[in-house]
Design a protein around this ligand. Structure first.
Ligand code: GLY
Length: 299
């Protein structure tokens, strides 16, 4: 096996297809750079797809009706990473996160600063709401009779609303990860989840493995889930064991986490795949091994 890509959810199939195609067609001689190109392009597929209501263009907005996007990338050779959070009007933000990594001395830019950086990188402002995401927001707003506690809003959020796309890539011992999301639907403006947070939503270290998470960011973040899974692989557990142990720990430590979807996929330093979820019956991912794509279910 030479190259592996893996991605979360039903839209992960298109992401791994795109990543593998980009990998195949690339003339880039540096294989680490080529892997990064492929993974980022793969993740951007979900950002561009208006059918995906939890990522990029067409993602469900915050409570004020504004789409705010978060994204991050990390590469496992030198532990380089870049992230953006609360970006309005610009996409694909996964490319913007890569630009933070490659073109700034920083690791994360947020809000207005990230948007000004996007302009300097040549991005054009655009409307990220679609007719469908606007309709859903208007419907939600009409149902709001009195101010609610944020925790109640979280419980009411639609199930598809925190389905981050995460893409992992492995080639000959080198690991890369990217993820992108519009975050929790109807969130408070400025809310940031796990996805752009290195160690929470994603991590990659060639010496151990790469991980990306999806689900309710507040729960994932409090457990530093991505870092937890990577450290389990470093300690010698397989990718599958590391995912399962970390999710089991979450459920033991805080049993209420079972009410929320928190899911993780991983590739070990040898390119072996694993996944686990707090609600395994409704989590799937796609793995592409040298072009052969397989759907893998957690439950
Ligand atoms: N996992 C994505 C989020 O909670 O924002």
């Amino acid at each position: 096996m030479k190259t592996v890509f893996a991605a979360t959810w039903w839209f992960g199939r298109a992401c791994v297809e795109t990543a593998y195609q980009r990998w195949q067609e690339s003339s880039e001689s540096d294989s680490a750079q080529r892997l990064l190109d492929a993974v980022v392009e793969g993740a951007s597929t979900a950002e561009r797809d208006p059918q995906v209501l939890s990522v990029g263009y067409g993602g469900l907005p915050n409570r004020d009706g504004e789409v705010e996007l978060d994204a991050a990338v990390m590469e496992g050779a030198r532990l380089r990473a870049g992230a953006v959070a609360s970006v309005r009007r610009f996409m694909p933000v996964v490319y913007l996160a890569r630009a933070v990594m490659e073109r700034t001395p920083h690791l994360m830019l947020v809000g207005d600063g990230a948007e000004r950086f996007a302009l300097r990188q040549g991005y054009e402002p655009q409307q990220l709401l679609t007719a469908e995401s606007l309709r859903r927001w208007q419907e939600w707003r009409e149902q709001q009779t009195a101010p609610k506690e944020v925790s109640q809003e979280r419980a009411d959020a639609p199930r598809e609303s925190h389905d981050t796309v995460g893409v992992l890539g492995w080639n000959d011992g080198h690991l890369v990860v990217a993820c992108t999301t519009s975050g929790l639907a109807w969130k408070l403006p400025g809310r940031v989840g796990d996805s752009p947070i290195v160690g929470a939503g994603l991590y990659a270290d060639n010496e151990a493995g790469a991980v990306v998470c999806t689900g309710v960011g507040e729960e994932i973040w409090r457990f530093a889930l991505a870092s937890r899974v990577v450290e389990a692989m470093r300690a010698g557990y397989s990718a599958q064991q590391a995912c399962e142990r970390s999710i089991d720990f979450m459920l033991r430590r805080l049993p209420d986490v079972a009410q929320h979807q928190c899911a993780v996929i991983a590739l070990s330093a040898r390119g072996e795949f694993g996944l686990a979820a707090t609600q395994p019956e409704r989590f799937n991912a796609f793995v592409c091994r040298d072009g052969a794509i397989e759907e893998v279910r957690a439950g």
